[in-house]
Ligand binder design. Structure first.
Ligand code: 1CP
Length: 344
């Protein structure tokens, strides 16, 4: 059994243990807002970068060190898992991800392949091992995957979407085929996340970025049973972060599905949301990423408010409510990290 007293603050907060400072990391902390990243990306495509463990390691580790954050997140993408399941994935310039053979009709579900082990995503588990070896012991590594609903949105829409109308119409029209898609995604994602933990990931975040588009009753009917099965299949000794956006009305149902830490976006007050969630979970969030485009004064004011709302209750991981925007000044991100670290 490892000596948990020596655990870094991020892991302690995930377990709701007291920490001297509030740990902070930021979603999309490695990415286009950094000059080094843009430079690297001028020579390699995004998919190539994800599939080259040495490069994924460099991007992950240099971002974490540059920012002085309390955790690193694996550089990869939630959509990578779609390739071994039989989808033709491309990241086109400017337009974001495209899936050239989306699920359109119920019969297309038969094309979905199974992923009995994580070999097809071996470049990710290799990156996890290399990143873990390169990071100091004081910086835990977060592994991640997309949640089945959010992945199903991409698999059915064929890319990003505003209203997820195709995915939701498919779900309402053919709940049987929907359950098959969701079940396949859960099976593959459980294999993938277990492999990341085995390779050295010390916490696992499940990104259900688009689930806030559902009503609470539809969430409970079409998503929650699958999320429950996914969380139950993850290693019991690794903290799990259950993330979504637009989830103000879904928080209790998400908590009931699983996760040691629940993600909060900026549309909820942290203290009210945490009261609703109760004593059994930690929380992560909840600064609006757009605040990082303002001034240091405003960043500090908003960070202070969030810290005050979390005060006196162990188990807060400071983060944004969603990813860093590409036009964010790096200095503002560093200022936020420093402010959270010195705040009492
Ligand atoms: O260089 C580039 O232009 C690629 C931009 C980029 C990057 C840096 C994409 C394409 N993905 C990523 C990395 C990424 N994606 C990480 C890396 C680690 C980090 O956070 O530092 C993570 C965790 C993700 C997860 C991800 N990908 C999510 C969930 C988080 C979220 O933002 O909600 C989603 C929805 C995606 C899909 C995706 N991949 C890339 C883009 C531009 C998108 C979003 C497309 C859309 O709006 O639908």
């Amino acid at each position: 059994m490892p000596d948990r007293h020596e655990d870094p603050p991020f892991l302690k907060a995930c377990r709701r243990e007291p920490t001297e400072v509030t740990p902070i990391w930021l979603m999309r902390q490695a990415g286009r807002y950094m000059a080094d990243y843009r430079e690297l990306r001028s020579n390699v495509s995004f998919l190539e970068l994800c599939k080259t463990p040495e490069l994924a390691t460099e991007v992950t580790v240099s971002a974490a060190e540059r920012l002085g954050v309390d955790a690193a997140i694996l550089f990869a993408d939630i959509l990578l898992i779609l390739e071994p399941l039989g989808f033709d994935l491309e990241f086109s310039k400017g337009d974001g991800p495209v899936i050239h053979n989306p699920v359109v009709e119920p019969k297309d579900v038969d094309r979905l392949r199974e992923m009995p082990d994580a070999t097809p995503l071996g470049f990710v588990t290799e990156a996890v091992a290399q990143i873990r070896a390169a990071l100091p012991a004081s910086i835990p590594l977060i592994g991640f995957a997309g949640a089945p609903f959010t992945l199903a949105c991409y698999a059915i829409e064929g890319g990003g979407s505003r209203h997820y109308d195709r995915a939701k119409a498919f779900m309402y029209r053919d709940p049987g085929a929907w359950d098959v898609v969701m079940s396949r995604l859960v099976d593959a994602t459980a294999v993938y996340l277990n492999a990341q933990a085995e390779a050295g990931a010390q916490a696992l975040q499940v990104f259900d970025s688009w689930v806030g588009t559902l009503s609470p009753s539809d969430y409970k009917r079409f998503v929650q049973p699958h999320m429950r099965r996914l969380f139950a299949a993850l290693p019991a000794d690794v903290p799990t972060i259950h993330f979504g956006t637009g989830t103000a009305t879904l928080l209790e149902a998400q908590r009931d599905a699983g996760g040691s830490v629940i993600g909060l976006d900026w549309r909820v007050e942290l203290d009210e949301a945490w009261d609703r969630l109760g004593p059994g979970v930690a929380v992560q969030g909840n600064l609006d990423p757009v605040v990082l485009l303002s001034s240091r004064e405003e960043i500090e004011r908003q960070a202070r408010r969030i810290l005050d709302q979390a005060a006196g209750r162990p188990g807060h991981v400071f983060n944004l409510g969603h990813g860093i925007l590409p036009q964010t000044p790096v200095d503002h991100v560093r200022a936020l990290v420093e402010y959270v670290h010195q705040a009492r």
